[in-house]
Ligand binder design. Structure first.
Ligand SMILES: Nc1ncnc2c1ncn2[C@@H]1O[C@H](COP(=O)(O)OP(=O)(O)OP(=O)(O)O)[C@@H](O)[C@H]1O
Ligand SMILES: [Mg+2]
Length: 301
């Protein structure tokens, strides 16, 4: 079967669907002269569309594909940016192939790196991760795709819809939004720098550790330029963080461009996370909204 056999898909397909994944691998093998086959899904992210592959030489690799056809241009840019980041020494797996399947779905195949993600942001974990974030300094990897520009636009009003939805979700949602507003207002005018590499989703499940060290930073598709403070802020929103991990990450993140920049980035990362959970997994919202509110208040000057 080839992807020519797929009828025009009118619905958004499941990324976990092995039939579609197999067709994408067949297209990729044809395009790149490779011999991969699907082994099993690698469940971790919410959408869990990542697959373990193996080739004729028994080498492992990782397939990621997106049901969003319009994501193709960003994926192709990301492929170039990942190459430049690796050239600069950033610890992320090589992308072995990137393309668009006949079905129109963008995909890429990357190096498999053995390792596992830490479950808790302790000081020991932070001590390993912060040097990686500091490696992002000055790596203005893709100025056309700028996280600081995104943050500026959202904070200037584009986040109002999400703020309102969150405030309407109940009294805890309202308190959360009040805390976010107070945090943003307390620093007045804040200029977000834009000359670093930004991962865009720098969470614990997007780093792989082996023997207590960082083996790889993964899930790189959204990378761009901006201030690395954004990735510090994202790290400060992870579910499980202890006091020492928080203190170290916060203090180092504030040194990037000042506490106001970290606070603004945190407000946006926290709202985006809560809003994503509200829409995709609402039963989990009550468990994260309290800690996110407390952390927002803790960042007030
Ligand atoms: N290069 C890799 N080497 C080894 N394991 C990987 C690699 N890439 C991904 N994985 C494993 O697969 C899981 C999911 O991958 P990834 O984080 O890239 O996707 P995701 O979070 O499901 O996707 P998205 O958030 O883009 O929907 C990871 O948590 C990790 O366990
Ligand atoms: Mg991930």
């Amino acid at each position: 079967m080839s992807s020519d056999d797929i009828p025009e898909l009118s619905h958004i397909p499941e990324r976990t669907d092995p039939v579609i994944a197999r067709l994408i691998v067949a297209d990729a093998n044809h395009t790149h002269g490779t011999s991969y086959h699907l082994v099993e899904p690698m469940h971790a992210g919410f959408q869990a569309g990542t697959w373990l592959l193996r080739n004729g030489e028994n080498e492992s690799a990782v397939l990621k594909w997106s049901p969003n056809r319009s994501a193709a241009p960003q994926l192709l840019r990301a492929a170039d940016a990942v190459g430049r980041a690796r050239d600069a020494g950033y610890p992320t797996p090589a992308w072995l192939a990137v393309g668009v399947a006949k079905s129109g779905f963008p995909y890429h195949i990357q190096q498999y790196v053995p390792g596992s993600s830490p479950s808790r942001l302790t000081a020991e974990v932070a001590e390993r991760l912060l040097p990686v974030l500091e490696q992002q300094r000055g790596l203005d990897i893709d100025p056309e795709h700028c996280w600081s520009r995104y943050a500026r636009t959202r904070l200037a009003g584009e986040w109002d819809h999400s703020r309102q939805a969150m405030a309407d979700s109940g009294s805890r949602g309202r308190r959360f939004v009040e805390a976010l507003d107070a945090l943003v207002a307390s620093f007045g005018q804040v200029e977000l720098p834009s000359e670093d590499l930004v991962h865009g989703d720098f969470r614990l499940d997007n780093v792989l550790f082996r023997s207590g060290r960082v083996a790889a930073v993964i899930d790189m598709e959204a990378l761009g330029s901006g201030t690395r403070a954004f990735d510090y802020a994202t790290l400060l929103t992870v579910d499980d963080i202890d006091r020492a991990g928080w203190n170290l990450t916060r203090a180092t993140g504030e040194q990037v461009a000042g506490p106001g920049v970290l606070a603004h980035c945190f407000a946006l990362a926290a709202l985006d996370l809560a809003d994503f959970v509200r829409q995709r997994n609402p039963g989990r919202l009550p468990f994260i909204i309290g800690p996110l509110t407390d952390r927002t208040v803790a960042l007030l000057p």
